[in-house]
Design a protein around this ligand. Sequence first.
Ligand code: ADP
Length: 259
Amino acid sequence: ETLVHWVPLLQDGALMGAVAVFHDISALKRVERIRRDFVANVSHELRTPVTVIKGYAETLLSGALAQDPERGERFLQIILNHAERLSSLVRDLLALSELESSERALNLQRVPVKEAVERALLLVAQRGEEKGITLTCLEGTASPVVLADRARLEQVLINLLDNAIKYSERGGTVSVDAAVEGKLVRILVRDSGIGIPEQDLPRLFERFYRVDAARSRDNGGTGLGLSIVKHIVQAHGGTLSVESEQGRGSVFSFTLPAV
Ligand code: ADP
């Protein structure tokens, strides 16, 4: 899409002609549309838990459940769940906006992959245990060293491991591996979970994109995790990719510069 803009050419106050300036505004419009969609999505995501919290709190305050403490307790639990959703959303939105404002530069260090993976595993271990999932880390491989922001790398690993556990059935396995590819290190997070339909793969890293919104919400998901992961990986000059087969599992992998 182009916008034409005529600029008069004057010489000694006399009109000599005009120059046409063509502006390509399709890219601008696209950015504007993405921004508008994002704001609409955020508003929708925030409104839902707020509406639920208001409704249940009002019912409790009206005294309608005074004779039914069990039901009252269930309502309080629902209020708590939705408050937790709100706080996850705010946390992820802040993480995204922090990543987008380039003020916060990466604090690049030499990080042994195994160290970062072990710390991330520690944080997700409980959730894995609750679902009876076996977690393994760099079995039989040497630990490469990458140039990365340690905290950000751990955030990437935690998000990917968290998803691997969330989207697995009980008793599954999740493993992390690393392989040197020239000047890069590829880190892979594999799961034996539910997998992702092929038609969803191209849009998976978009903000708020979910294969199954209900399942994501039930698991405390915000739909922002993978877009945060992609941002961090790209800030390091790496790439994020996914391979998946429905019903068999998924492999998310990303590259980072090797030391
Ligand atoms: P969410 O908070 O919904 O998990 P993400 O951005 O982390 O958001 O992931 C986006 C969607 O990708 C999820 O809703 C889910 O449908 C799908 N997904 C992510 N990781 C996996 C995985 N390991 N196995 C199956 N599906 C996954």
